[in-house]
Design a protein around this ligand. Structure first.
Ligand code: KIV
Ligand code: ZN
Length: 554
Protein backbone atom coordinates (compact mmCIF):
# COMPACT_ATOMS: atom_id res chain seq x y z
CA UNK A 1 0.00 0.00 0.00
CA UNK A 2 1.39 3.32 -1.05
CA UNK A 3 0.83 5.58 1.94
CA UNK A 4 3.00 8.28 0.36
CA UNK A 5 0.10 9.05 -1.93
CA UNK A 6 -1.75 10.72 0.96
CA UNK A 7 -1.21 14.06 2.63
CA UNK A 8 -3.00 15.78 5.50
CA UNK A 9 -6.14 17.52 4.30
CA UNK A 10 -6.54 19.88 7.24
CA UNK A 11 -4.69 23.06 8.03
CA UNK A 12 -2.82 23.84 11.25
CA UNK A 13 -5.06 25.50 13.81
CA UNK A 14 -3.37 28.60 15.25
CA UNK A 15 -4.84 28.01 18.69
CA UNK A 16 -2.90 28.87 21.80
CA UNK A 17 -3.95 27.97 25.35
CA UNK A 18 -6.59 25.53 24.23
CA UNK A 19 -9.26 25.18 26.91
CA UNK A 20 -11.40 22.27 25.73
CA UNK A 21 -9.23 19.41 27.07
CA UNK A 22 -10.06 20.30 30.67
CA UNK A 23 -13.80 20.68 30.11
CA UNK A 24 -16.65 18.22 30.61
CA UNK A 25 -20.05 17.86 29.02
CA UNK A 26 -22.57 19.04 31.61
CA UNK A 27 -25.85 19.46 29.73
CA UNK A 28 -27.61 18.47 26.55
CA UNK A 29 -26.99 20.63 23.49
CA UNK A 30 -29.65 21.92 21.12
CA UNK A 31 -30.27 18.90 18.92
CA UNK A 32 -31.01 19.25 15.24
CA UNK A 33 -32.02 16.20 13.27
CA UNK A 34 -30.88 16.25 9.66
CA UNK A 35 -32.40 12.83 8.89
CA UNK A 36 -34.90 14.23 6.43
CA UNK A 37 -32.25 16.12 4.45
CA UNK A 38 -28.66 14.84 4.84
CA UNK A 39 -29.83 11.36 5.84
CA UNK A 40 -32.51 11.15 3.18
CA UNK A 41 -30.24 12.35 0.36
CA UNK A 42 -27.90 9.44 1.16
CA UNK A 43 -30.51 6.68 0.71
CA UNK A 44 -30.71 4.31 -2.24
CA UNK A 45 -34.39 4.99 -2.21
CA UNK A 46 -35.23 8.38 -0.68
CA UNK A 47 -38.44 8.71 1.32
CA UNK A 48 -41.76 9.56 -0.28
CA UNK A 49 -43.67 12.56 1.03
CA UNK A 50 -45.92 10.36 3.15
CA UNK A 51 -42.91 8.54 4.58
CA UNK A 52 -41.26 11.85 5.37
CA UNK A 53 -44.39 13.05 7.14
CA UNK A 54 -44.37 9.94 9.31
CA UNK A 55 -40.65 10.21 10.00
CA UNK A 56 -41.09 13.88 10.91
CA UNK A 57 -43.84 12.98 13.39
CA UNK A 58 -41.54 10.42 14.98
CA UNK A 59 -38.69 12.92 15.32
CA UNK A 60 -41.13 15.25 17.08
CA UNK A 61 -42.15 12.38 19.37
CA UNK A 62 -38.49 11.79 20.28
CA UNK A 63 -38.30 15.41 21.38
CA UNK A 64 -36.41 17.16 18.57
CA UNK A 65 -37.14 20.89 18.56
CA UNK A 66 -35.15 21.66 15.42
CA UNK A 67 -35.52 19.48 12.35
CA UNK A 68 -33.94 20.05 8.95
CA UNK A 69 -36.71 19.05 6.60
CA UNK A 70 -35.10 19.39 3.21
CA UNK A 71 -33.70 21.39 0.39
CA UNK A 72 -36.93 22.90 -1.01
CA UNK A 73 -35.38 24.07 -4.27
CA UNK A 74 -33.91 20.64 -5.03
CA UNK A 75 -37.09 18.87 -6.15
CA UNK A 76 -40.86 18.99 -6.19
CA UNK A 77 -40.97 16.28 -3.52
CA UNK A 78 -38.85 18.36 -1.16
CA UNK A 79 -40.89 21.49 -1.82
CA UNK A 80 -44.28 19.79 -1.55
CA UNK A 81 -43.29 18.03 1.66
CA UNK A 82 -42.49 21.35 3.29
CA UNK A 83 -45.74 22.83 2.02
CA UNK A 84 -47.70 19.92 3.48
CA UNK A 85 -45.99 20.33 6.84
CA UNK A 86 -47.02 23.98 6.90
CA UNK A 87 -50.41 23.83 5.19
CA UNK A 88 -51.59 20.82 7.18
CA UNK A 89 -50.40 22.38 10.43
CA UNK A 90 -48.18 19.42 11.29
CA UNK A 91 -45.42 21.42 13.00
CA UNK A 92 -45.94 21.86 16.75
CA UNK A 93 -45.50 25.43 17.98
CA UNK A 94 -42.30 24.58 19.85
CA UNK A 95 -40.67 22.92 16.83
CA UNK A 96 -38.65 24.83 14.24
CA UNK A 97 -38.14 23.43 10.79
CA UNK A 98 -34.91 24.11 8.93
CA UNK A 99 -34.42 24.34 5.18
CA UNK A 100 -31.17 24.24 3.27
CA UNK A 101 -30.15 26.49 0.44
CA UNK A 102 -27.08 27.21 -1.61
CA UNK A 103 -25.88 30.80 -2.06
CA UNK A 104 -27.56 31.11 -5.48
CA UNK A 105 -30.35 33.53 -6.30
CA UNK A 106 -33.01 31.28 -7.85
CA UNK A 107 -32.45 28.64 -5.16
CA UNK A 108 -32.78 31.17 -2.35
CA UNK A 109 -35.98 32.61 -3.87
CA UNK A 110 -37.60 29.19 -4.11
CA UNK A 111 -36.51 28.39 -0.54
CA UNK A 112 -38.03 31.55 0.89
CA UNK A 113 -41.21 30.93 -1.08
CA UNK A 114 -41.53 27.40 0.35
CA UNK A 115 -41.78 28.86 3.86
CA UNK A 116 -44.85 31.05 3.37
CA UNK A 117 -47.01 30.88 6.48
CA UNK A 118 -44.47 29.00 8.62
CA UNK A 119 -44.49 29.70 12.35
CA UNK A 120 -40.80 29.02 13.01
CA UNK A 121 -38.08 28.22 10.51
CA UNK A 122 -34.34 28.39 10.05
CA UNK A 123 -32.95 29.21 6.63
CA UNK A 124 -29.65 27.40 6.34
CA UNK A 125 -27.25 28.92 3.83
CA UNK A 126 -24.09 27.08 2.86
CA UNK A 127 -21.24 27.32 0.44
CA UNK A 128 -18.04 25.38 0.33
CA UNK A 129 -14.92 27.18 1.51
CA UNK A 130 -12.24 24.46 1.50
CA UNK A 131 -8.94 24.85 -0.28
CA UNK A 132 -9.61 21.85 -2.48
CA UNK A 133 -13.18 22.77 -3.43
CA UNK A 134 -12.14 26.34 -4.25
CA UNK A 135 -9.52 24.92 -6.57
CA UNK A 136 -11.22 21.99 -8.26
CA UNK A 137 -14.96 22.67 -8.08
CA UNK A 138 -15.49 26.42 -8.02
CA UNK A 139 -12.22 27.59 -9.52
CA UNK A 140 -12.62 30.82 -7.58
CA UNK A 141 -10.33 32.88 -5.38
CA UNK A 142 -10.78 33.24 -1.64
CA UNK A 143 -12.25 36.70 -2.17
CA UNK A 144 -14.77 35.41 -4.75
CA UNK A 145 -15.91 32.56 -2.49
CA UNK A 146 -16.38 34.99 0.39
CA UNK A 147 -18.39 37.27 -1.90
CA UNK A 148 -20.60 34.36 -2.94
CA UNK A 149 -21.44 33.75 0.72
CA UNK A 150 -22.04 37.42 1.44
CA UNK A 151 -24.25 37.85 -1.64
CA UNK A 152 -26.28 34.78 -0.64
CA UNK A 153 -26.73 36.14 2.87
CA UNK A 154 -27.81 39.54 1.53
CA UNK A 155 -30.35 38.01 -0.80
CA UNK A 156 -31.85 35.95 2.03
CA UNK A 157 -31.97 38.97 4.31
CA UNK A 158 -33.57 41.16 1.62
CA UNK A 159 -36.22 38.55 0.81
CA UNK A 160 -36.94 37.55 4.39
CA UNK A 161 -36.79 40.71 6.44
CA UNK A 162 -39.75 42.50 4.85
CA UNK A 163 -41.95 39.38 4.84
CA UNK A 164 -41.23 37.51 8.08
CA UNK A 165 -40.68 38.50 11.70
CA UNK A 166 -37.34 37.67 13.44
CA UNK A 167 -39.28 35.21 15.57
CA UNK A 168 -40.51 33.42 12.45
CA UNK A 169 -37.23 33.09 10.59
CA UNK A 170 -33.71 32.65 11.94
CA UNK A 171 -30.54 32.23 9.94
CA UNK A 172 -27.87 29.56 9.81
CA UNK A 173 -24.63 29.69 7.87
CA UNK A 174 -22.30 26.74 7.12
CA UNK A 175 -18.88 27.13 5.58
CA UNK A 176 -19.16 23.71 3.99
CA UNK A 177 -16.07 21.48 4.15
CA UNK A 178 -15.01 23.61 7.09
CA UNK A 179 -12.55 20.98 8.37
CA UNK A 180 -10.52 21.33 5.18
CA UNK A 181 -10.65 25.14 5.19
CA UNK A 182 -7.87 27.33 6.56
CA UNK A 183 -9.23 28.33 10.02
CA UNK A 184 -8.40 32.04 9.57
CA UNK A 185 -10.22 32.07 6.25
CA UNK A 186 -13.25 30.19 7.64
CA UNK A 187 -13.51 32.84 10.35
CA UNK A 188 -13.12 35.65 7.81
CA UNK A 189 -15.91 34.34 5.56
CA UNK A 190 -18.22 33.60 8.46
CA UNK A 191 -17.66 37.04 10.00
CA UNK A 192 -18.48 38.61 6.64
CA UNK A 193 -21.77 36.64 6.51
CA UNK A 194 -22.52 37.62 10.11
CA UNK A 195 -22.09 41.29 9.19
CA UNK A 196 -25.07 40.77 6.88
CA UNK A 197 -27.21 38.68 9.20
CA UNK A 198 -26.53 40.96 12.18
CA UNK A 199 -26.97 38.54 15.06
CA UNK A 200 -28.75 40.02 18.09
CA UNK A 201 -30.15 38.66 21.37
CA UNK A 202 -33.58 38.51 19.69
CA UNK A 203 -32.32 36.75 16.64
CA UNK A 204 -29.24 34.73 17.32
CA UNK A 205 -27.55 33.34 14.24
CA UNK A 206 -26.52 29.71 14.00
CA UNK A 207 -22.99 29.17 12.74
CA UNK A 208 -22.71 25.54 11.73
CA UNK A 209 -19.17 24.26 11.31
CA UNK A 210 -19.37 21.01 9.39
CA UNK A 211 -16.89 18.24 9.32
CA UNK A 212 -18.25 17.59 5.85
CA UNK A 213 -15.58 14.98 5.48
CA UNK A 214 -13.64 13.73 8.48
CA UNK A 215 -9.95 14.16 7.79
CA UNK A 216 -8.36 14.27 11.23
CA UNK A 217 -8.62 13.01 14.76
CA UNK A 218 -11.45 14.42 16.85
CA UNK A 219 -9.08 16.66 18.85
CA UNK A 220 -8.26 18.59 15.67
CA UNK A 221 -11.97 19.26 15.13
CA UNK A 222 -12.20 20.44 18.74
CA UNK A 223 -9.27 22.81 18.12
CA UNK A 224 -10.99 24.12 14.99
CA UNK A 225 -14.23 24.73 16.91
CA UNK A 226 -12.50 26.44 19.83
CA UNK A 227 -10.57 28.60 17.38
CA UNK A 228 -13.82 29.70 15.71
CA UNK A 229 -15.51 30.37 19.06
CA UNK A 230 -12.64 32.71 19.86
CA UNK A 231 -12.45 34.40 16.47
CA UNK A 232 -16.06 34.95 15.47
CA UNK A 233 -17.51 38.37 16.17
CA UNK A 234 -20.52 38.82 18.42
CA UNK A 235 -20.06 35.34 19.96
CA UNK A 236 -22.78 35.91 22.58
CA UNK A 237 -25.38 36.22 19.84
CA UNK A 238 -24.24 33.14 17.98
CA UNK A 239 -25.27 29.54 18.36
CA UNK A 240 -22.26 27.44 17.42
CA UNK A 241 -23.43 24.25 15.78
CA UNK A 242 -21.46 21.19 14.73
CA UNK A 243 -22.24 18.73 11.98
CA UNK A 244 -19.76 15.88 11.83
CA UNK A 245 -19.69 13.13 9.26
CA UNK A 246 -18.15 9.81 10.13
CA UNK A 247 -15.50 9.02 7.50
CA UNK A 248 -12.93 8.04 10.12
CA UNK A 249 -15.52 6.40 12.36
CA UNK A 250 -15.25 9.25 14.86
CA UNK A 251 -18.35 11.32 14.13
CA UNK A 252 -19.65 10.87 17.66
CA UNK A 253 -16.27 11.64 19.23
CA UNK A 254 -15.86 14.70 17.02
CA UNK A 255 -19.22 16.09 18.07
CA UNK A 256 -18.55 15.37 21.73
CA UNK A 257 -15.14 17.04 21.73
CA UNK A 258 -16.66 19.92 19.79
CA UNK A 259 -19.15 20.38 22.65
CA UNK A 260 -16.20 20.67 25.02
CA UNK A 261 -14.74 23.23 22.65
CA UNK A 262 -17.78 25.49 22.90
CA UNK A 263 -20.43 24.15 20.53
CA UNK A 264 -24.03 24.75 21.63
CA UNK A 265 -25.81 22.64 19.09
CA UNK A 266 -25.33 19.28 17.37
CA UNK A 267 -26.67 18.28 13.98
CA UNK A 268 -26.85 14.61 13.13
CA UNK A 269 -29.15 11.71 12.44
CA UNK A 270 -30.75 8.74 14.15
CA UNK A 271 -28.20 5.92 14.32
CA UNK A 272 -25.83 7.93 12.12
CA UNK A 273 -27.40 7.51 8.68
CA UNK A 274 -25.94 9.92 6.15
CA UNK A 275 -23.63 10.41 3.21
CA UNK A 276 -20.93 7.71 2.84
CA UNK A 277 -20.21 6.41 6.36
CA UNK A 278 -22.87 8.62 7.84
CA UNK A 279 -23.46 11.59 10.08
CA UNK A 280 -23.02 11.88 13.83
CA UNK A 281 -25.29 9.35 15.51
CA UNK A 282 -27.44 11.52 17.76
CA UNK A 283 -28.86 8.55 19.64
CA UNK A 284 -25.38 7.51 20.69
CA UNK A 285 -24.35 11.04 21.69
CA UNK A 286 -27.56 11.41 23.71
CA UNK A 287 -27.19 8.03 25.43
CA UNK A 288 -23.51 8.72 26.16
CA UNK A 289 -24.73 11.75 28.09
CA UNK A 290 -27.52 9.77 29.73
CA UNK A 291 -24.95 7.18 30.88
CA UNK A 292 -23.15 9.98 32.74
CA UNK A 293 -26.22 11.20 34.57
CA UNK A 294 -27.12 14.02 32.16
CA UNK A 295 -30.69 14.47 30.93
CA UNK A 296 -30.30 14.10 27.15
CA UNK A 297 -33.57 15.97 26.49
CA UNK A 298 -34.57 13.31 23.97
CA UNK A 299 -36.94 10.48 24.81
CA UNK A 300 -35.14 7.27 23.86
CA UNK A 301 -37.01 5.09 26.33
CA UNK A 302 -38.16 2.81 23.51
CA UNK A 303 -35.09 2.24 21.38
CA UNK A 304 -36.70 -0.65 19.54
CA UNK A 305 -39.39 1.67 18.23
CA UNK A 306 -36.67 4.07 17.03
CA UNK A 307 -34.92 1.18 15.31
CA UNK A 308 -38.05 -0.01 13.57
CA UNK A 309 -38.89 3.50 12.35
CA UNK A 310 -35.30 3.92 11.19
CA UNK A 311 -35.26 0.59 9.37
CA UNK A 312 -38.70 1.04 7.84
CA UNK A 313 -38.05 4.45 6.30
CA UNK A 314 -34.31 4.31 5.62
CA UNK A 315 -34.40 0.70 4.49
CA UNK A 316 -31.10 0.16 6.21
CA UNK A 317 -30.26 -2.28 9.00
CA UNK A 318 -28.74 -1.45 12.37
CA UNK A 319 -25.45 -3.22 12.90
CA UNK A 320 -25.77 -5.91 15.61
CA UNK A 321 -22.94 -4.27 17.52
CA UNK A 322 -24.21 -0.71 17.13
CA UNK A 323 -23.67 1.18 20.43
CA UNK A 324 -26.74 0.93 22.68
CA UNK A 325 -29.03 -0.16 19.83
CA UNK A 326 -27.48 -3.28 18.29
CA UNK A 327 -29.14 -6.58 19.05
CA UNK A 328 -25.87 -7.71 20.65
CA UNK A 329 -25.33 -4.55 22.69
CA UNK A 330 -26.47 -6.25 25.89
CA UNK A 331 -25.18 -9.75 25.20
CA UNK A 332 -22.05 -10.99 26.92
CA UNK A 333 -20.23 -14.05 25.60
CA UNK A 334 -17.24 -14.31 27.88
CA UNK A 335 -17.88 -16.26 31.04
CA UNK A 336 -16.06 -13.76 33.22
CA UNK A 337 -18.15 -10.93 31.79
CA UNK A 338 -21.35 -12.86 32.37
CA UNK A 339 -20.29 -13.64 35.89
CA UNK A 340 -19.42 -10.03 36.70
CA UNK A 341 -22.68 -8.75 35.22
CA UNK A 342 -24.70 -11.19 37.29
CA UNK A 343 -22.77 -10.43 40.47
CA UNK A 344 -23.26 -6.73 39.97
CA UNK A 345 -27.02 -7.20 39.44
CA UNK A 346 -27.16 -9.23 42.66
CA UNK A 347 -25.12 -6.81 44.78
CA UNK A 348 -27.04 -3.73 43.67
CA UNK A 349 -30.37 -5.49 44.16
CA UNK A 350 -29.39 -6.56 47.68
CA UNK A 351 -28.21 -3.06 48.51
CA UNK A 352 -31.41 -1.59 47.07
CA UNK A 353 -29.20 0.84 45.18
CA UNK A 354 -30.83 3.65 43.23
CA UNK A 355 -27.82 4.24 41.01
CA UNK A 356 -26.41 2.04 38.31
CA UNK A 357 -22.99 0.48 38.06
CA UNK A 358 -22.12 -2.62 36.12
CA UNK A 359 -18.67 -3.71 34.97
CA UNK A 360 -19.85 -4.52 31.46
CA UNK A 361 -23.10 -2.64 30.89
CA UNK A 362 -22.82 1.13 30.66
CA UNK A 363 -26.56 1.62 31.08
CA UNK A 364 -29.43 -0.40 32.44
CA UNK A 365 -30.93 -1.84 29.24
CA UNK A 366 -34.39 -1.47 30.81
CA UNK A 367 -34.06 2.33 30.60
CA UNK A 368 -34.29 2.12 26.83
CA UNK A 369 -36.78 -0.71 26.75
CA UNK A 370 -34.27 -3.55 26.45
CA UNK A 371 -33.43 -6.54 28.62
CA UNK A 372 -30.16 -8.16 29.57
CA UNK A 373 -31.20 -11.35 27.87
CA UNK A 374 -30.91 -13.69 26.22
CA UNK A 375 -27.27 -14.21 26.99
CA UNK A 376 -25.93 -16.27 24.18
CA UNK A 377 -23.58 -19.00 25.23
CA UNK A 378 -20.61 -20.04 23.17
CA UNK A 379 -17.46 -22.01 23.82
CA UNK A 380 -15.91 -18.98 25.55
CA UNK A 381 -18.69 -18.73 28.08
CA UNK A 382 -18.07 -20.04 31.55
CA UNK A 383 -20.32 -21.24 34.30
CA UNK A 384 -21.49 -17.69 35.15
CA UNK A 385 -23.51 -17.36 31.97
CA UNK A 386 -24.86 -20.90 32.12
CA UNK A 387 -25.82 -20.42 35.74
CA UNK A 388 -27.55 -17.15 34.92
CA UNK A 389 -29.64 -18.70 32.16
CA UNK A 390 -30.54 -21.79 34.13
CA UNK A 391 -31.59 -19.67 37.10
CA UNK A 392 -33.06 -16.54 35.53
CA UNK A 393 -34.80 -18.23 32.64
CA UNK A 394 -35.71 -21.68 33.94
CA UNK A 395 -35.49 -21.49 37.73
CA UNK A 396 -32.78 -24.13 38.32
CA UNK A 397 -30.11 -23.33 40.90
CA UNK A 398 -27.49 -25.90 40.07
CA UNK A 399 -25.06 -27.04 42.79
CA UNK A 400 -21.61 -25.63 42.12
CA UNK A 401 -19.81 -28.80 41.04
CA UNK A 402 -22.74 -29.87 38.86
CA UNK A 403 -22.62 -26.43 37.24
CA UNK A 404 -18.93 -26.87 36.46
CA UNK A 405 -19.65 -30.20 34.78
CA UNK A 406 -22.67 -28.87 32.89
CA UNK A 407 -20.82 -25.74 31.70
CA UNK A 408 -18.07 -27.94 30.26
CA UNK A 409 -20.71 -29.90 28.41
CA UNK A 410 -22.25 -26.69 27.06
CA UNK A 411 -18.85 -25.41 25.90
CA UNK A 412 -18.25 -28.68 24.06
CA UNK A 413 -21.68 -28.52 22.44
CA UNK A 414 -21.08 -24.96 21.30
CA UNK A 415 -17.64 -25.91 19.98
CA UNK A 416 -19.13 -28.78 17.98
CA UNK A 417 -21.92 -26.59 16.70
CA UNK A 418 -19.38 -23.84 15.94
CA UNK A 419 -21.85 -21.21 17.05
CA UNK A 420 -23.73 -19.87 20.00
CA UNK A 421 -26.36 -21.88 21.83
CA UNK A 422 -29.75 -20.43 22.49
CA UNK A 423 -31.27 -20.47 25.96
CA UNK A 424 -33.65 -23.13 24.76
CA UNK A 425 -30.80 -25.36 23.55
CA UNK A 426 -29.11 -25.04 26.92
CA UNK A 427 -32.29 -25.95 28.74
CA UNK A 428 -32.86 -28.94 26.48
CA UNK A 429 -29.26 -30.10 26.97
CA UNK A 430 -29.74 -29.96 30.74
CA UNK A 431 -33.02 -31.87 30.68
CA UNK A 432 -31.72 -34.49 28.24
CA UNK A 433 -28.56 -35.07 30.22
CA UNK A 434 -29.68 -34.93 33.84
CA UNK A 435 -33.40 -34.65 34.47
CA UNK A 436 -35.61 -37.71 35.12
CA UNK A 437 -33.24 -39.81 32.99
CA UNK A 438 -35.58 -42.66 31.90
CA UNK A 439 -33.11 -45.43 30.99
CA UNK A 440 -31.98 -48.07 31.69
CA UNK A 441 -33.94 -47.94 34.97
CA UNK A 442 -37.41 -46.46 34.82
CA UNK A 443 -39.36 -46.11 38.07
CA UNK A 444 -43.07 -46.70 37.48
CA UNK A 445 -44.34 -46.17 41.03
CA UNK A 446 -43.22 -46.56 44.60
CA UNK A 447 -44.55 -47.00 48.11
CA UNK A 448 -42.96 -45.79 51.31
CA UNK A 449 -43.47 -47.31 54.74
CA UNK A 450 -42.06 -46.21 58.06
CA UNK A 451 -41.16 -48.80 60.65
CA UNK A 452 -41.63 -48.44 64.37
CA UNK A 453 -37.90 -47.93 64.87
CA UNK A 454 -37.90 -44.91 62.45
CA UNK A 455 -36.51 -46.74 59.43
CA UNK A 456 -37.97 -46.21 55.95
CA UNK A 457 -38.80 -49.05 53.63
CA UNK A 458 -39.26 -48.39 49.94
CA UNK A 459 -40.87 -50.71 47.51
CA UNK A 460 -40.39 -49.49 43.96
CA UNK A 461 -41.71 -51.00 40.76
CA UNK A 462 -39.22 -50.46 38.01
CA UNK A 463 -38.62 -51.39 34.42
CA UNK A 464 -35.10 -52.61 33.88
CA UNK A 465 -33.55 -54.61 31.05
CA UNK A 466 -36.94 -55.13 29.42
CA UNK A 467 -38.68 -56.55 32.50
CA UNK A 468 -40.80 -55.03 35.22
CA UNK A 469 -39.80 -55.86 38.78
CA UNK A 470 -40.24 -54.59 42.28
CA UNK A 471 -37.20 -53.76 44.34
CA UNK A 472 -37.17 -53.02 48.03
CA UNK A 473 -34.72 -51.39 50.33
CA UNK A 474 -34.49 -50.01 53.83
CA UNK A 475 -32.74 -46.88 55.01
CA UNK A 476 -32.95 -43.81 57.19
CA UNK A 477 -35.14 -42.07 54.62
CA UNK A 478 -36.64 -42.68 51.15
CA UNK A 479 -33.44 -41.73 49.27
CA UNK A 480 -31.23 -43.90 51.45
CA UNK A 481 -33.75 -46.75 51.14
CA UNK A 482 -33.88 -46.53 47.33
CA UNK A 483 -30.10 -46.27 47.22
CA UNK A 484 -29.84 -49.55 49.11
CA UNK A 485 -32.41 -51.20 46.84
CA UNK A 486 -30.49 -50.10 43.75
CA UNK A 487 -27.14 -51.24 45.15
CA UNK A 488 -28.67 -54.70 45.67
CA UNK A 489 -30.22 -54.76 42.22
CA UNK A 490 -27.01 -53.77 40.49
CA UNK A 491 -24.56 -55.36 42.91
CA UNK A 492 -22.70 -52.07 42.71
CA UNK A 493 -20.87 -49.89 45.21
CA UNK A 494 -21.75 -46.21 45.24
CA UNK A 495 -22.48 -43.54 47.83
CA UNK A 496 -24.66 -40.47 47.71
CA UNK A 497 -22.15 -37.63 47.80
CA UNK A 498 -24.38 -34.55 47.43
CA UNK A 499 -28.03 -33.67 47.70
CA UNK A 500 -29.79 -30.39 46.95
CA UNK A 501 -33.38 -29.44 46.34
CA UNK A 502 -35.49 -26.32 45.77
CA UNK A 503 -38.82 -25.18 44.41
CA UNK A 504 -38.75 -24.45 40.69
CA UNK A 505 -39.83 -20.82 40.87
CA UNK A 506 -40.01 -20.21 37.12
CA UNK A 507 -42.15 -23.20 36.43
CA UNK A 508 -45.80 -22.56 35.61
CA UNK A 509 -46.92 -25.41 37.87
CA UNK A 510 -45.30 -25.57 41.31
CA UNK A 511 -42.66 -28.23 40.88
CA UNK A 512 -39.54 -29.05 42.81
CA UNK A 513 -36.07 -29.81 41.51
CA UNK A 514 -33.64 -32.15 43.26
CA UNK A 515 -29.99 -32.79 42.44
CA UNK A 516 -28.09 -35.83 43.62
CA UNK A 517 -24.56 -36.94 42.98
CA UNK A 518 -23.32 -40.47 43.57
CA UNK A 519 -19.68 -41.40 43.85
CA UNK A 520 -18.58 -44.88 42.80
CA UNK A 521 -15.83 -47.00 44.35
CA UNK A 522 -13.26 -45.37 42.03
CA UNK A 523 -14.25 -41.88 43.18
CA UNK A 524 -16.06 -41.04 39.97
CA UNK A 525 -19.01 -38.66 40.43
CA UNK A 526 -22.31 -38.85 38.56
CA UNK A 527 -24.91 -36.10 38.81
CA UNK A 528 -28.61 -36.57 38.28
CA UNK A 529 -31.64 -34.38 38.68
CA UNK A 530 -35.31 -35.02 39.29
CA UNK A 531 -38.25 -32.72 38.71
CA UNK A 532 -41.71 -33.43 40.02
CA UNK A 533 -44.61 -31.79 41.80
CA UNK A 534 -43.70 -33.90 44.82
CA UNK A 535 -40.31 -33.15 46.34
CA UNK A 536 -39.79 -36.77 47.55
CA UNK A 537 -40.50 -38.10 44.08
CA UNK A 538 -38.16 -35.49 42.58
CA UNK A 539 -35.37 -36.70 44.90
CA UNK A 540 -35.93 -40.34 43.95
CA UNK A 541 -35.88 -39.42 40.26
CA UNK A 542 -32.65 -37.50 40.86
CA UNK A 543 -31.07 -40.60 42.37
CA UNK A 544 -32.26 -42.85 39.55
CA UNK A 545 -31.00 -40.28 37.02
CA UNK A 546 -27.54 -40.32 38.61
CA UNK A 547 -27.50 -44.14 38.67
CA UNK A 548 -28.70 -44.33 35.06
CA UNK A 549 -25.93 -41.95 34.00
CA UNK A 550 -23.44 -44.22 35.74
CA UNK A 551 -24.89 -47.30 34.05
CA UNK A 552 -24.72 -45.61 30.65
CA UNK A 553 -21.03 -44.85 31.02
CA UNK A 554 -20.06 -48.19 32.62
O1 KIV B 1 -21.88 17.94 5.54
C1 KIV B 1 -22.11 19.12 5.26
O2 KIV B 1 -21.22 19.96 5.14
C2 KIV B 1 -23.49 19.51 5.03
C3 KIV B 1 -23.75 20.95 4.90
C4 KIV B 1 -24.80 21.24 3.95
C5 KIV B 1 -24.00 21.54 6.25
O3 KIV B 1 -24.35 18.67 5.06
ZN1 ZN C 1 -23.64 16.81 6.00
Amino acid sequence: MNHKKYVKMYHPVPLTNREWPTKEITHAPIWCSVDLRDGNQALYSPMTIDEKLEFFAFLVKLGFKEIEVGFPAASATEYDFIRRLIDEDRIPDDVTIQVLTQAREHIIKKTVESLKGVKHAIIHLYNSTSTLQRKVVFKKSKEEIKQLAVDGAKLIRDLVDPNFTPEQIRYEYSPESFTCTEPEYAAEVTNAVLDVFEPSPDRKVIVNLPSTIEVATANVYADQIEYMCKHLNNRENLIISVHAHNDRGTGVASSELALLAGADRVEGTLFGNGERTGNTDLITVALNMFAQGIDPQLDISNIDEAISVFEKYNKLPIHPRHPYAGEMAYVAFSGSHQDAIKKSFDVFEQEGSKTWANPYLTIDPKDIGRKYEPILINSQSGKGGVSYIMEAKYGYTLPKSMLVEFSDLINKLSDEKQTVLTNHEIHVAFKDTYVNVPEPIKMKFYRIQHTEDNATIISATIEYNGSVKTITGEGNGPIDALCNALRNLLSAEFEISAYHEHALTRSSTSKAAAYISITDCCGKVYWGSGVDVNISTASLYALISAVNRKLMTD
